[in-house]
Design a protein around this ligand. Structure first.
Ligand code: 4AD
Length: 470
């Protein structure tokens, strides 16, 4: 006999944010959360309770002081009481507690998350607990909001959200940063017979979903994904992680690098507007101060400026000649733009986001479309980097070389074999449409929006060379 029970639509108790926005003051409520601080006086005790759903948490008031006795910083509790208007500063409502259930004890002498400001290094060392801080909670919620609004933008533009593989046979960017995947030895075979390659050929963790997105865009027209990428990035900068997330969009039937700029700009304006208008707890107080500037970028009536690499280098050279001590690296046509150059262009020349297009082919990846139309410099490719103040490069994109003969020539120049890239040539051979797209570094987006300088604080559990604690 199967027993049937009444349908329940949710088994989850309300979060503090839900409670604060929906309950009338007189209802008895239950609040689940972690204690952030406790203050005891003779006749009353106060505790700040947080469940990560609201920026401030909820002040709990204990007129029966003994009830607060078991509470320590960091412990988890279930409090029952009534929500009432708060006479105190900094909050509209408080919880007048009638009952306390201690769910998880926490020894305050050993708890690494103290109320006073903690150094970034200390929090990195206690990465498994750092989501208990206001800064990391806000960052995680900003990631959530940004990914939702990016998805909404692409959905509205007719894009299909697709899933691309993490394991791959190619190093899309050709920068030699792909991590190799090694299979564990099979216990059933003698070590001499263990296959070196699990997939029958060398396999890597993906550095970018682009090549797979191209295959899908050449059938579904407009596709995007938000996916982890892995790069054996040895330089320890505040813009690089070994594992990061990238929003990549790819679409067919586009012939102009300006289209790539327009879609990228549209998606970012949308995220900035959504984040500015949302009441979600995605900012710390300091970060909120950046909002007017971000809104100005989102609302400006004119498109974000676009400049060719050649024109950008000319501006940099003129500035370098006038102030020779500003840059560590002299700018010159044919050399990569250094991060100091990128920041100067965005911060001093454009005073805002700036697209730099048409880089020399030898500085970029093999798949980019050659600029060989009349009036264009054939030494360059149809590509773009988006530079923003405070950060430098936020995103990169290009038109992809859809002409089979040109692509084959580029593959020879870059030393890429048909064995790995035959399928990529096939995409051109069988009705390949002109197409293009871009990749937006998700942690860099969060860093730019929040003003948090290092991308290690823009991902919940970061990985970089020499560091993987959990
Ligand atoms: O410029 P990248 O290397 O471009 C690509 O990978 C293209 N295949 C993307 C495409 O067209 N679909 O990387 C794109 C962005 C960079 O602008 C940067 O924001 C971010 O990815 N990025 C990193 N972010 C954190 N840590 C790293 N090691 C990163 N490397 C790139």
């Amino acid at each position: 006999m199967i027993s049937r029970r009444a349908l329940t639509t949710s088994c989850l108790p309300p979060t503090i944010r839900q409670l604060l926005s929906s309950r009338t003051a007189s209802d008895p409520v239950q609040v689940n959360g972690w204690v952030k601080s406790v203050r005891r006086q003779k006749k009353v005790a106060f505790a700040m309770i947080s469940d990560g759903s609201s920026d401030k948490g909820l002040q709990a008031v204990f007129t029966k002081v003994d009830l607060a006795k078991p509470l320590t910083n960091g412990c988890s509790v279930r409090l029952t009481g009534k929500l009432a208007d708060s006479p105190g500063k900094g909050q509209d409502k408080e919880l007048q507690v009638d009952q306390v259930e201690l769910l998880g004890e926490c020894d305050p002498a050993e708890y690494p998350i103290q109320k006073q400001a903690l150094s970034v290094e200390h929090l990195r060392d206690h990465c498994h607990l750092r989501a208990r801080t206001d800064e990391i909670t806000a960052m995680i919620r900003l990631r959530d909001l940004a990914s939702r609004s990016l998805c909404r933008y692409f959905e509205d533009q007719g894009f299909c959200y697709v899933h691309t593989p993490i394991t791959t046979s190619s190093d899309c960017e050709g920068a030699g940063e792909a991590f190799r995947i090694a299979p564990p030895p099979s216990p059933d075979l003698p070590s001499s017979e263990n296959p070196a390659e699990f997939f029958g050929r060398p396999a890597y963790l993906t550095v970018s979903s682009q090549l797979h997105l191209e295959a899908l865009a050449n059938a579904i027209s407009r596709v995007y994904t938000l996916s982890p990428c892995f790069r054996a990035e040895r330089s320890q900068t505040n813009r690089h992680l070994a594992e990061f997330w990238m929003l990549e969009a790819e679409w067919a039937f586009t012939r102009d690098i300006d289209d790539v700029c327009t879609v990228l700009e549209g998606s970012l304006r949308h995220v900035l507007k959504q984040a500015g208008a949302s009441g979600e707890p995605v900012w710390t107080a300091g970060e909120r101060a950046r909002l007017p500037q971000l809104q100005a970028y989102a609302d400006s009536d004119t498109a974000w400026p676009r400049l060719t690499y050649a024109a950008a280098v000319a501006e940099l050279e003129a500035f370098h000649a006038a102030s020779p001590r500003t840059f560590d690296f002299a700018p010159a046509w044919g050399r990569p733009l250094q991060s100091e150059h990128e920041r100067w262009l965005a911060e001093h020349l454009a005073r805002g986001p700036l697209f730099v297009t048409d880089y020399p082919a030898h500085l970029k990846a093999f798949y980019m479309r050659q600029n060989d139309a009349p009036g264009r410099d054939p030494r360059t490719v149809a590509c773009v980097d988006l530079l923003v103040p405070g950060l430098g490069e936020l995103a990169g994109g290009s038109l992809r070389e859809e002409r089979e003969d040109r692509l084959r020539g580029a593959m020879v120049r870059f030393g890429l074999g048909e064995e790995e890239y035959g399928w990529y040539l096939d995409l051109r051979r069988y009705g390949g449409a002109p197409h293009g797209g871009f990749g937006l570094g998700f942690e860099r987006l969060i860093s730019w929006m929040s003003g948090v300088e290092n991308v290690r604080e823009c991902i919940p559990i970061p990985r970089w060379a020499g560091r993987m604690l959990l």
